[in-house]
Design a protein around this ligand. Sequence first.
Ligand SMILES: *[C@@H]1O[C@H](CO)[C@@H](O)[C@H](O)[C@H]1NC(C)=O
Length: 381
Amino acid sequence: MAWQRTLLSLSALASCAVVYAQEPPGFIPLSEKKFKYPDGIPLKVDTDDYGRGAQFGVNQCGPKTEGQTSVCQTALINSLDDFCLWAPPKPNSTIGDTEGEAVAWCTKPGHGARVIPKGALTGVQFMRTRVHYSSPDYVQVVGTIDQTQINIAKDDFGGEMDSHGADRRGNPLGGIFYSNAFPSSGGDKNKYEQVIEWHNFMGSNTFCLKACDPAGKNAAKFCEHRFDRIGCEFNAPSKPFASITGTFESCKGENQDFPGVYFENGKEKLYEQPPEALGPITSVPYTARIPASSDCVAQPSSLLYAAAATVTGTGTTTTSAAAGGTTKATSTGGKATSAGANSVAPSKSSTPGSSDAPATVVVSSALAGIFSVFLLCIFAL
Ligand SMILES: *[C@@H]1O[C@H](CO)[C@@H](O)[C@H](O)[C@H]1NC(C)=O
């Protein structure tokens, strides 16, 4: 025990050194920064130019920032025809390499951001939860996309972006989300609520984005950000991508289980995601439950995304590569099975878990890790 204590203290001191070098005095984590939409939003919400550097883009987005070179980092998720995803600013990038600087790509102009080019979305399911029809916990959009059209490299299996990250500056740094879909907006399309807890997995020509209602007691749990290596299947379970491809629908749904929570012989269990140092995750001991949904209303994409019709993409893939959506990553040149956004990541390529693991912080790979670092610091000092 004694040697363990010593080890612990040593690592605690090392951790403290790392943490103190990282976070400047008065640092406020992204998930604690709140801004009223739109007038309360500063030019950049992240002013902590340390560690990973300065915030890439801006948060004041409007007519001046609108267009395909926009660096807008204020995103929205409102409905089937009106949402934004995070994707790289430059073509042929991997999520792992650029998650800190991702910009908003929206389904329609008017948000001061880039527009997802016509035809890039190949299937979308928008889901609004309706716990007993009264208090929804989250809205979610899941779908398939020709990811080259939004600057993601053809073979990239991607990773997770969220409002946390090991340095608590978010991925992208300073990226914020708003929604008019929660009850607090009362159906007023111009009344936006800031989404504090959200996660967005992009990769393998698939995506899932969940935005948790801050009024919900369990927002942080439904939008858990620690399971960044096991993709949409476990973090935002929906009907399979293969069945979503070719349809564009808006549904009501029951709540998912919290990501990582599963039931075995009637007993609740919590999955522990192994650290990246232990190599690729080849299996997960459970299958995430897909919650029931109903009242799905389908619409043709030509109507939903008509305003995107004028935007052409930079992608270079052929139509076959754009098929996406199959849970087999057919476009990844036979590399393992599915990936990043939609399943357990194969061993190759960038760093699917890197949303919580910037190079400078090696002691922990999740917010939980940061908390324990703080605890250790308290004990060590
Ligand atoms: C994308 O980047 C990869 C790796 O840098 C390169 O091999 C490939 O040719 C690039 N593809 C395109 C379409 O530019």
